[in-house]
Design a protein around this ligand. Structure first.
Ligand code: IMP
Length: 226
């Protein structure tokens, strides 16, 4: 069975990824690797940040050698966020620290949501469209690295495979619901009248941006096993 390291420190994301992947993979989290380096998400795109996280951690695990990598075959990293059309795609890659863009640390979900509502104060219902977007990056962990491998082989070894997903919807005028995380209490997916936070885990995990990206990842493994 393929072993994945889910490389995110966001416990909600880990929970969703594990629930969506089900039992078809053995999933480890960063709790198994407390000494893993923190990766700085400083690129301008979801794909860039996801690939950076997956590749840097795969490289770190590979450098530790086979017996210290707990059987991890691939590192899986998720970078995601909310794009709002009336804000020209913001908060986008800055979704996690939207309330305080000058800070390096993530902001509280409540503060991010309050800022979003404030910026959309005068925007009417029909213009409050947007989407959650997710890019999942998958980078292989080298098991028996040959020290003298050429730089070309080394680079190839850590290239990440990317899988993306988007979920279209609209932003409510106020929060509702207790489930989920982040902007879930404000986001109503197309075809529904309740927020992700009200719809709950099972419905969200059937149609979310993350579910769509992970469906592509499962297809990829299906294709490459045959
Ligand atoms: P990341 O950990 O840098 O990818 O930040 C992702 C941020 O985007 C989170 O902190 C949330 O604010 C937001 N986000 C991403 N996915 C979701 C979701 O499924 N629901 C609600 N908010 C999300």
């Amino acid at each position: 069975m393929t072993t994945l390291l889910i490389a995110t420190r966001n416990a909600h994301k880990v929970g969703e990824i594990q629930a969506i992947l089900g039992t078809s993979f053995r999933c480890l989290t960063l709790k198994a690797f407390p000494e893993a380096p923190a990766v700085v998400e400083d690129t301008a795109t979801f794909a860039g940040n996801a690939a950076k996280k997956a590749v840097e951690l795969a490289q770190w695990l590979s450098d530790r050698g086979g017996q210290h990598s707990a059987g991890v075959d691939f590192v899986l990293a998720d970078d995601s966020g909310l794009e709002v059309d009336a804000l020209d795609g913001a908060p986008g890659v800055h979704s996690a620290r939207f309330a305080a863009l000058d800070q390096a640390e993530n902001s509280q979900d409540a503060d991010n949501n309050a800022k979003l509502l404030r910026l959309l104060n005068d925007v009417p219902a029909e213009k409050r469209t947007g989407r959650f977007r997710c890019v999942i990056a998958l980078a292989p962990v080298a098991k028996d690295r040959v020290e003298a491998a050429s730089p070309v082989c080394y680079a190839d070894e850590f290239a990440a495979e990317l899988f993306d997903g988007a979920c279209e919807g609209r932003i409510q005028f106020s929060s509702s619901g207790q489930g989920g995380f982040g902007y879930d209490p404000l986001f109503v997916p197309d075809g529904f009248s309740q927020s992700f936070a009200e719809l709950g885990e099972t419905v969200k995990n059937g149609l979310s941006h993350r579910a769509k990206a992970l469906a592509k990842l499962k297809e990829f493994f299906g294709r490459n096993r045959t």
